[in-house]
Design a protein around this ligand. Structure first.
Ligand code: GLN
Length: 286
């Protein structure tokens, strides 16, 4: 089949599930990856015939798209802050809101040496983008998941930065002792995008997220949605320098509760910031 014919077949197979615009852009993303061609070359070579292997690969992608698997997992990669990131089902796909959190930090940091800790690093998108942008930063990152850390390590490598990774469960007391050994000096910045979606919000979410992204990175119990933030704020009291700053991505519905909790935890200044969609999405406090 020619690329042109296959493109039509691809769209016909999925048009009940996705919009035509979405399918066109997904088709080009897949074609770039599977045919090793640029978008321009694909348009110029629409009459070329696909090999049977190429068709098999495309057909497999169609099957995965039919069950709403995100195209980023199918491709195994995505972009965050203009940098390439490998992703698989062990890590959340980086979100545009999180790019705004990274921008906020970069705007605030002056050029001097800054030490940064990213809690719950996942794909490593926050820690690695900060290490790329802030030349003098010394960046550490932790995650409960060893499999996520494997992905983050690869991402540090392909982006050519140094990040020190440790596998730590911030809710676990034993791990707390490990930290005491590890971090003798404190951090200028602690940043985190922890799980914050309440179970009750699950029904509002898309199947591509619910069925394919890691629950462990997303969900918290309805009766204690700030669990991770409380723990992170405790850790910050211990590991943040006196004039250091804590940056958090937060649940859009819990801004007020977050402010209150952080004030009670001893942060005198708490600044809430909206994302590009006008939702309370980020906090910085010191
Ligand atoms: N913003 C993500 C979502 O809505 C959630 C990220 C998180 O829980 N930290 O899918």
């Amino acid at each position: 089949m020619t690329i042109k014919k296959y493109r039509q077949y691809f769209i016909n197979s999925l048009e009940d599930l996705y919009s035509i615009e979405e399918l066109q852009s997904i088709f080009y993303l897949l074609a770039e990856k599977l045919l090793h061609l640029s978008r321009i070359d694909i348009t110029l070579q629409l009459d070329d015939t696909l090999t049977s292997d190429e068709e098999i690969n495309f057909n497999q992608a169609i099957d995965r798209l039919k069950i709403y698997e995100p195209v980023q997992y199918i491709l195994g990669e995505t972009e965050f802050f203009g940098y390439p990131f490998l992703v698989n089902k062990q890590v959340l796909i980086p979100r545009p809101e999180t790019e705004e959190l990274v921008s906020w930090i970069i705007e605030d940091v002056d050029k001097k040496e800054t030490t940064i800790l990213d809690i719950g690093t996942g794909s490593g998108c926050i820690a690695i983008s900060l290490a790329k942008k802030l030349n003098n930063a010394v960046v550490s990152a932790i995650d409960i998941s060893n499999k996520a850390i494997e992905v983050a390590k690869k991402n540090a490598l392909i982006n050519n930065v140094n990040v020190e990774y440790s596998s730590v469960d911030v809710l676990n007391f034993e791990d707390k002792l490990v930290l005491q050994d590890k971090w003798k000096s404190k951090f200028d910045i602690i940043v985190s995008n922890p799980p914050y979606v309440r179970m009750q919000e699950k029904k509002l979410m898309q199947l591509n997220v619910i069925d394919h992204e890691p629950d462990i990175a997303l969900f918290v119990e309805d009766d204690d949605p700030l669990l991770f933030y409380r723990r992170i704020s405790e850790l910050s009291r211990q590991y943040l320098k006196h004039n250091g700053t804590l940056y958090l991505e937060i649940n859009e519905y819990l801004g007020v509760e977050m402010e209150k909790m952080l004030n009670e935890a001893g942060f005198k200044h708490v600044e809430l910031k909206k994302d590009m969609f006008g939702k309370n999405r980020m906090i910085k406090c010191w």
